[in-house]
Ligand binder design. Structure first.
Ligand code: TXA
Ligand code: MG
Length: 336
């Protein structure tokens, strides 16, 4: 069985009908594709966890059509917190930012994995927004990949990940950012970045003191081994040519930031260039797709060139390190 991929108004209509029945569908967002279900329907939420193979301890993000719906899923600790959230929402929503707030008691505990806090965001994707507009409930939606795997940035990626588990994928084209939303805790006037993403630390400083995440608030899904390709992935922090020669690997794929030299290209079985001009935003858009293709190539290892950790480069390197950790872990466990 595979999911039907449907686009446009027809796709929206079908997605709405399926979601109203308490089933799940994959929807496009501006970051990555999400697997959506009615956030107030226990069965729909359980289906999301089941389709992804995700542990019930890992909470989901709740997607709203507009910030005016915040009171249906979250509580505010004070008037000043409310004012700060309103300012942030006005600046970044709709867009690739998720806020962690106190959970409303009416929201099923399953959505937040029993946690007292809820993650909320308002996506900018017109198709997702149209689906939400036609429903009268918010949608819980994690990234539409099997748990711990590479996030999908196209309808085909979702088909490869979850096609056998879900009835419908709403086709919305390639994702604009290609990297999951920035997750921020708004607490005591401070902003704590739990997951770096398209909205950068620099952009957030205008709206509160950006403090390092406290020990108490963790993103349960942020395991060191996430976004894992099947092949081993090693990050190159020095000269690419030196690294490939020193590794002694004859069958290596290269995930390059910029176009490499012809000598380097000759050494690689497979190559993906994230941005010929060295543009970090373009690199983010291409990152997961390139990683997927190299994972499917004939090579037996992926070397990934480290990127500058500025702006969205922080998010890309965060994902690259997790992909590297995960693949090392996978290659160890296959020897057990
Ligand atoms: O861009 C995105 O955020 C995409 C699109 C589909 O919206 N969604 C996404 O969801 O990346 P997911 O589930 O793949 O990642 C959400 C992360 C997980 O690591 C989860 O543990 C964390 O957010 N999270 C969710 N609720 C939380 C909460 N209440 N407190 C702390 N972390 C939370
Ligand atoms: Mg995810």
């Amino acid at each position: 069985m595979s999911a039907r991929i449907v686009s446009g108004g027809e796709g929206v209509e079908e997605a709405v009908a399926i979601l109203r029945r308490g089933e799940v569908v994959a929807l496009p967002t501006e970051t990555v594709y999400g697997l959506a279900g009615d956030a107030f329907n226990h069965l729909a939420v359980a289906r999301i966890f089941e389709a992804k193979g995700r542990p019930l301890t890992d909470p989901l993000i709740v997607h709203l059509p507009e910030s005016g719906w915040l009171d249906r899923v979250a509580l505010f600790e004070s008037a000043s917190q409310r004012a700060q959230v309103d300012q942030i929402a006005a600046a970044f929503w709709p867009g690739p930012l998720t806020l962690i707030l106190k959970k409303h008691p009416d929201l099923p505990d399953l959505v937040t994995a029993g946690m007292q806090d809820v993650a909320v965001r308002v996506t900018a994707h017109p198709l997702f927004r149209e689906v939400l507009r036609q429903l009268n409930f918010p949608l819980a939606a994690p990234s539409a990949n099997r748990f711990g795997k590479i996030s999908p940035t196209s309808a085909e990626d979702v088909q490869n990940e979850l096609g056998s588990m879900i009835p419908l994928i709403l086709e919305g084209g390639p994702c604009e950012h290609g990297m999951e939303s920035t997750i921020v805790v708004v607490k005591g006037g401070n902003l704590e970045i739990l997951r770096p993403g398209p909205i950068t630390r620099e952009q957030l400083t205008e709206y509160g003191h950006v403090a390092p995440p406290s020990e108490a608030v963790k993103t349960p899904g942020s395991l060191p081994s996430h976004y894992a390709p099947k092949k081993e992935l090693q990050i190159i922090e020095s000269d690419i040519m030196d690294w490939i020669s020193a590794s002694g690997r004859k069958n290596a794929a290269l995930l390059a930031f910029r176009s490499p030299t012809p000598v380097v290209i000759e050494q690689c079985t497979a190559l993906e260039v994230l941005s010929c001009s060295g543009d970090l935003r373009e690199a983010a858009v291409h990152f997961y797709g390139a990683l997927r293709r190299l994972d499917q190539s004939q090579s037996d290892i992926i070397f990934a060139e480290a990127l500058p950790e500025v702006g969205i480069g922080v998010a890309i390197m965060d994902r690259m390190r997790r992909a590297s950790h995960g693949s090392r872990h996978a290659s160890f466990s296959s020897h057990e």
